[in-house]
Write a protein that binds this ligand. Structure first.
Ligand SMILES: Nc1ncnc2c1ncn2[C@@H]1O[C@H](COP(=O)(O)OP(=O)(O)O)[C@@H](O)[C@H]1O
Ligand SMILES: [Mg+2]
Length: 371
């Protein structure tokens, strides 16, 4: 994938379609046509309109969601909890977290945008789903008509790669935005193939910022200052943090209104979380009194294993209402989307994984309105 996928500084519409070329290439490599990820319009019912609004094009029966192209079928009971509309949901449902699952309404369109709510996707552990959640929560919010900016704040540039950008080919990244006074954010911004979703990309240059910022005045609020001019243009800014609690992560927490902590549903999930919540507490006390732990997001959940269910129960025991009702299931679809360079909401639009991130977006929006 070359850098022409993205059009810096506002974007040229003609280039945006390149994202789907990547999908075709990938599908061809897999020896299957890209039509495999889509379902025909047969058997639509009266949910058709709302389904189309949220990107569903399916011939699924009531309460069913499945992904025929995934390696194995998701647990239908788990999938049923992700149905996007009240009509398909059983009343008085219990969600995967063991608590009654509220109904998260499909959000209406918005006409005005901004000021942005900034979310830091944070866990000092690697491989827990931070980058995956940033891309897919962002894409789902954008599907619901919100303007979204994703900030790649990891020198590894995985978020940029996951959106089809080759970070090595970038001359200007979020690093320059942090370090060069007078550089306009527009010069760094890339449009993604998802309408309404932009990216501040990063690459290995950012690792130098961690060292260089140490001698700066107000070094912890550098990102906050850099994002300020963009606040009015977006409804949500999601920052994908690096797997450490260093100065970059402290910058993200200082800029953020809320934190989402993805936790992989495996045995050591809770190890290190105390240190993370301590760090969040310190940032709140000293730098950012507004900061809230929005939620713990359970990821890579496999409802069929006792182990996954036990870990999730422990997480709920420890964090109670801070745990999102939405739980992200484990599916091979997510690693595939990284190769394809696009979100699951477009790569496999009617998959269970896409439904899960759409529900997360509705839950985030519902929490936001409740405040
Ligand atoms: N729900 C999931 N099911 C299966 N694999 C997943 C899921 N979420 C993420 N992954 C995969 O796990 C790996 C790590 O995820 P990633 O989002 O990069 O974590 P982090 O950013 O916390 O390091 C990636 O290969 C990703 O594709
Ligand atoms: Mg990551």
């Amino acid at each position: 994938m070359n850098e022409s996928t993205f059009a810096p500084g506002g974007g040229q519409p003609g280039l945006q379609a390149v994202g789907s070329v990547a999908v075709r290439t990938f599908a061809a490599q897999q020896g299957s046509g890209d039509e495999g990820t889509h379902h025909g319009p047969a058997g639509r019912n009266d949910q058709q309109e709302s389904d189309r609004f949220i990107g569903f094009e399916t011939d699924l029966q009531e309460g069913q969601l499945y992904d025929p192209d995934a390696e194995y079928e998701p647990d239908p009971e788990y999938a049923a909890t992700l149905a996007p509309d009240a009509a398909r949901q059983r009343r008085e449902r219990v969600g995967p977290t063991g608590r009654p699952l509220p109904y998260f309404p499909i959000p209406g369109p918005v006409t005005d945008h901004g000021p942005a709510k900034i979310i830091a996707m944070c866990n000092q552990k690697g491989g827990v789903g931070k980058t995956t959640s940033t891309i897919n929560l962002g894409a789902a919010l954008a599907e619901y008509g919100r303007r979204v900016l994703l900030v790649d704040f990891d020198p590894q540039g995985a978020l940029s790669v996951g959106l089809g950008v080759n970070p090595m080919e970038l001359d200007i990244t979020v690093y320059n935005l942090l370090m060069e006074r007078g550089l306009a954010a527009d010069e760094v911004l890339l449009k993604t193939a998802v309408p309404g979703m932009d990216l501040l990309p990063s690459n290995i240059d950012l690792s130098a910022a961690e060292v260089q910022l140490v001698s700066e005045v107000a070094r912890e609020s550098t990102l906050q200052r850099a994002l300020k001019p963009l606040m009015q243009d977006y409804d949500y800014i999601v920052i994908d943090c690096q797997p450490s609690l260093g100065l970059l992560t402290v910058n993200a927490l200082t800029a953020a209104h809320t934190v989402i902590v993805p936790l992989e549903c495996e045995f050591f999930a809770l190890r290190g979380v105390a240190l993370l919540t301590e760090t969040i507490e310190k940032v709140r006390e000293r730098l950012n009194p507004e900061l809230q732990l929005d939620g713990i997001l359970a990821t890579m959940y496999d409802s069929r294993t006792v182990h996954s269910r036990e870990v999730l129960a422990r997480v709920v025991e420890a964090f109670d209402d801070h745990v999102f009702h939405t739980v992200i299931g484990r599916t091979v679809r997510f690693p595939e989307t990284t190769v394809a360079g696009e979100p699951i909401t477009t790569y496999a639009s009617n998959s269970v994984g896409a439904a899960a991130y759409r529900q997360l977006a509705r839950e985030v929006l519902a929490r936001c309105h409740a405040e």
